[in-house]
Design a protein around this ligand. Structure first.
Ligand code: HEC
Ligand code: HEC
Ligand code: HEC
Ligand code: HEC
Ligand code: HEC
Length: 364
């Protein structure tokens, strides 16, 4: 039942992104009751079966969040708050979504066969049978393979006799954001890049993401200027995406956020001002019974590269120090309240991406 839920929901998600495209390509979207992966769970394809011939890919993948998609502490903290079959379908795709994943599904996470859908046939005859159904590069790969898990809605299961209800708000919108950025690049005659080119360059399976501070830092350009005006500093910050990113910042999980923090020239804690949070504001949509969802009120993230993606933040700060104000751009991997409730330390979820002293303001 819960497996059927994740199937129906994945197909309709992808159909809504891709219009009448021929269909979902993510492997779990292909699972049917007669699929051997579902029918014989102990015969599941696992990474240890590939290591003999593809040691490098297995080692790289082990270091990625795909391999830890279940065991990752940040995921588990959120899952304990909302332990739904829905989550298990993507974070432990080798398991049976109707119950807690077993040891194999937990340790494999998003495994080789999640992306190389013909792995079983390939194992039987490696030289003649491809592990991969489609090309794994280009826009089509992003829209078929990656979109299967990286673009989806909040859904509500209203019972077997009614279709799933989809929130107007996507839970993750990365592929659509990327489509917008690609359209813009195309219109400008710029370079279009797909997910694999940026996240798996030269085919590395150690996908790049939040755990690589420098990778995330390069996505954002910040300029902060300040002019002294009597007893206050007038601060003006501009912030926008660079060419190194292909969607909104932050993208992906709904709890990610950036914060621009400004303080006096000595960076004193007491003088800190939260200049802006770049995050999505979601409201609970609870209509009673099993109907529980979320609706977006405001998208305050840095928009995907496009004509109007630069944002300006202005504020005033008491001029308690002669030096121009200091600023800091922080990345928060999850909501600090969830982290606190679940015993994660601030250190685990908060990274300083960039910091500096405000430049003198433009002469006027
Ligand atoms: C998130 C999806 C994903 C997962 C998970 C994944 N791969 Fe891949 N794999 C890809 C993509 C995409 C390419 C193509 C990369 C390219 O051409 O730049 C690829 C390419 C490969 C190649 C061909 C390398 C070459 O140089 O031609 C091998 C071998 C491979 N993967 C093995 C594995 C193994 C083994 C695992 C599990 C440990 C695995 N993959 C997990 C997406 C994935
Ligand atoms: C007995 C050795 C062997 C094992 C085990 C093996 N492969 Fe391969 N694999 C090969 C060979 C040989 C090729 C072809 C390499 C070439 O053409 O350069 C290949 C090619 C690939 C490719 C690139 C072409 C394609 O099919 O897309 C992928 C991806 C791949 N293997 C994934 C896997 C995965 C995933 C596993 C584990 C489920 C696995 N392989 C297990 C030998 C093996
Ligand atoms: C031009 C390069 C580029 C392209 C194209 C691109 N990304 Fe990213 N991606 C980045 C950068 C840089 C970051 C870090 C900043 C951020 O979080 O937005 C990132 C962040 C992410 C994250 C969050 C990272 C994490 O560890 O949580 C995910 C998930 C992601 N991208 C998926 C995708 C998918 C899926 C696609 C294709 C639809 C894609 N990206 C296309 C550069 C790119
Ligand atoms: C079977 C579902 C699935 C597929 C298919 C998939 N992903 Fe993921 N991906 C996930 C999950 C789940 C996570 C989150 C892991 C976590 O942090 O808990 C993730 C995380 C990521 C991250 C952050 C990783 C990091 O190490 O920081 C990137 C980047 C990413 N995926 C890119 C891709 C790209 C590119 C593709 C297509 C080639 C792809 N994914 C296909 C499920 C998938
Ligand atoms: C359609 C597939 C899908 C479903 C369903 C799903 N996720 Fe995810 N989840 C992802 C992907 C893809 C990422 C990677 C995005 C990113 O890194 O920002 C991710 C990332 C996360 C992260 C961030 C992990 C980290 O390493 O920082 C948390 C937390 C999370 N998911 C919790 C959940 C919970 C709880 C549920 C169920 C209520 C759920 N997810 C359902 C695909 C899914």
């Amino acid at each position: 039942m819960a497996m059927a839920l994740s199937l129906a929901w994945l197909s309709s998600t992808i159909a809504s992104v891709l219009g009448d495209h021929r269909g979902p390509r993510a492997p779990q979207a292909h699972r049917r009751a007669d699929d051997p992966i579902v029918a014989a769970p102990d015969d599941r394809v696992r990474s240890s079966q590939c290591v003999r011939c593809h040691e490098e890919q297995v080692r790289q993948w082990r270091a990625s969040l795909h391999a830890r998609s279940w065991e990752d502490r940040i995921f588990l903290a959120a899952y304990r708050e909302e332990p739904m079959a829905f989550c298990r379908g993507c974070h432990a795709p080798l398991g049976d979504a109707s119950r807690e994943p077993d040891a194999l599904a937990r340790s494999e996470g998003v495994s080789c066969s999640s992306c190389h859908a013909e792995s079983r046939a390939h194992l039987a005859s490696p030289r003649t049978a491809r592990a991969t159904r489609d090309e794994h590069r280009g826009a089509a790969a992003s829209e078929r393979l990656c979109a299967g898990c990286h673009q989806f809605d909040f859904v509500v299961d209203r019972g077997a006799d009614r279709p799933l209800w989809h929130s107007p708000t996507p839970m993750q919108d990365t592929v659509r954001e990327w489509q917008r950025a690609s359209r813009y690049a195309r219109e400008r005659g710029g370079v279009e890049r797909d997910c694999v080119q940026c996240h798996m360059p030269s085919g590395t399976h150690a996908t790049r993401g939040v755990e690589q501070r420098e990778f995330v830092r390069r996505a954002v350009a910040v300029t902060v200027r300040a002019c002294r005006s009597g007893a206050v500093w007038r601060v003006r910050a501009t912030i926008g995406p660079t060419d190194a990113v292909g969607h909104a910042v932050p993208t992906g999980d709904l709890h990610r956020q950036l914060r621009l923090v400004v303080s006096d020239g000595r960076g004193r804690e007491a003088s800190r001002v939260f200049a802006r949070r770049f995050e999505r504001r979601l409201e609970i949509d609870d209509r009673g019974g099993a109907f529980f969802s979320r609706v977006e009120r405001f998208d305050g993230r840095i928009a995907p590269p496009g004509p109007e993606s630069e944002d300006t933040v202005t504020l005033e700060l008491a001029a308690t120090d002669a030096r121009p104000p200091a600023w800091r751009l922080e990345h928060w991997r999850t909501d600090p309240e969830i982290a606190r409730d679940q015993g994660l330390s601030t250190h685990e979820i908060n990274t300083t991406l960039d910091e500096g002293q405000a430049l003198p303001c433009d002469a006027r």
